[in-house]
Design a protein around this ligand. Structure first.
Ligand code: GAL
Ligand code: CA
Length: 347
């Protein structure tokens, strides 16, 4: 009996000893858990789909034995109300940082209130809230790019092309370039600002322009094809230059010409912005004259670094903010001369 008791006490002691040691080791190798909630405006958007692919890859490379990161993604399918509900649900599920691509960039009030109430920091990206809303709370950040820069670069690329190949581009030889614009969503910082700066830059570089038409195609390839079909119907072979606010719309414009079987010598020159996979391939094939690279890898890296820093409350020092809470990545010009370097980036 005594021996049994002695043995039992020994076992209890051994188990508690192991448990204490176990806890000790666990503390030494404590795992940081970062639960990221991502909400974006619409899964049909090509650039955003590619950007989120980069973001996922970034979080994967940041994971280690000591850092565990999960990412939950919600698609708002174009409804701000749905996105507000999704954010509520992400917060309830325990996210400790939010990355938000607003549906309506002028209407982040509900999300800001929810986040502040639960003290969960928010990184807005790609669709920039107005400055007034960004000032509502100091847990709000923005990662994106400067729309003006992309417009200026597109204008410079187009001006260079007109200079280099004036006879081919000014097909009717009237000394002016007849152009049309395909615009993104009204109210988006990357629509009107890109258009204005591209056109102004062409003019400042001494290119005489004649605007034939402008159509809104909401970033969409299919909508751009439709708009372009209407414009071709109206202006036939007079269009010499197509400035599109993004690659998908430039590709949609090219689709319209293909559908109508227009001969190559009657085609305008097309310019896009983004450098999506399809856009870069079109530049490599010399169908798209040039594009402007919207640095999705850089933006994803900045979002990921900031998200982890905010969730863990450390590591903010290495981040280069503008105006305290903004991170803007540089655009870059892409032509057939340097496109290979960009095509390799996603690999
Ligand atoms: C822009 C991009 C567009 C579209 C839009 C969505 O920056 O150039 O292609 O993705 O964001 O907000
Ligand atoms: Ca002309």
């Amino acid at each position: 009996m005594d021996v049994k008791k002695f043995l039992a006490a020994g076992i209890v002691f051994a188990i508690s000893f192991l448990a204490i040691c176990g806890c000790g080791t666990k503390q030494a190798a404590a795992v940081d858990m970062v639960q990221v909630g991502v909400a974006y405006y619409d899964q049909s958007d090509t650039f955003l789909t590619e950007l989120l692919g980069c973001l996922r890859a970034q979080f994967e490379t940041m994971e280690s034995g000591r850092l565990h990161i999960t990412m939950s993604i919600r698609d708002a399918a174009g409804s701000q109300r749905r996105q507000d509900d999704q954010v509520k649900e992400l917060i309830d599920s325990g996210c400790n940082v939010l990355c938000i691509n607003l549906v309506d960039r002028a209407n982040p009030a509900e999300i800001i209130d929810l986040a502040r109430e639960h003290a969960i920091p928010v990184i807005f990206f790609n669709r920039e809230p107005v400055a007034e809303d960004m000032m509502q709370w100091d847990g709000l950040y923005y990662v994106g790019a400067d729309a003006r820069q992309s417009g200026v670069m597109q204008g410079e690329l187009a001006a260079d092309a007109v200079r280099a190949d004036n006879n081919r581009i000014d097909r009717n030889n009237d000394g002016k370039v007849q152009y049309v614009v395909l615009e993104g969503e009204p109210g988006h910082q990357d629509a009107i600002i890109r258009t204005e700066n591209a056109v102004d830059t062409l003019k400042n570089r001494g290119i005489a322009l004649e605007k034939l038409s402008c159509g809104i195609a909401n970033w969409s390839r299919a909508q751009a094809q439709n708009r372009m079909m209407q414009m071709i119907g109206q202006y036939q072979n007079q269009i010499e230059l197509v400035l599109a606010n993004n690659d998908d719309m430039a590709l949609g414009a090219m689709d319209a010409y293909k559908k109508l079987n227009v001969t190559e010598s009657a085609l305008p020159v097309f310019f896009g912005i983004d450098g999506t996979q399809a856009g870069l391939h079109a530049v490599a094939d010399e169908e798209l004259a040039a594009t402007v690279y919207n640095d999705k890898e850089g933006q994803a890296a900045a979002i990921a670094k900031l998200a982890v820093a905010l969730a863990l409350g450390e590591g903010m020092d290495g981040i280069a903010f503008e105006k305290g809470r903004y991170v803007y990545l540089e655009y870059a010009k892409v032509t057939s001369g340097n496109v290979r370097g960009f095509l390799g980036r996603g690999d």
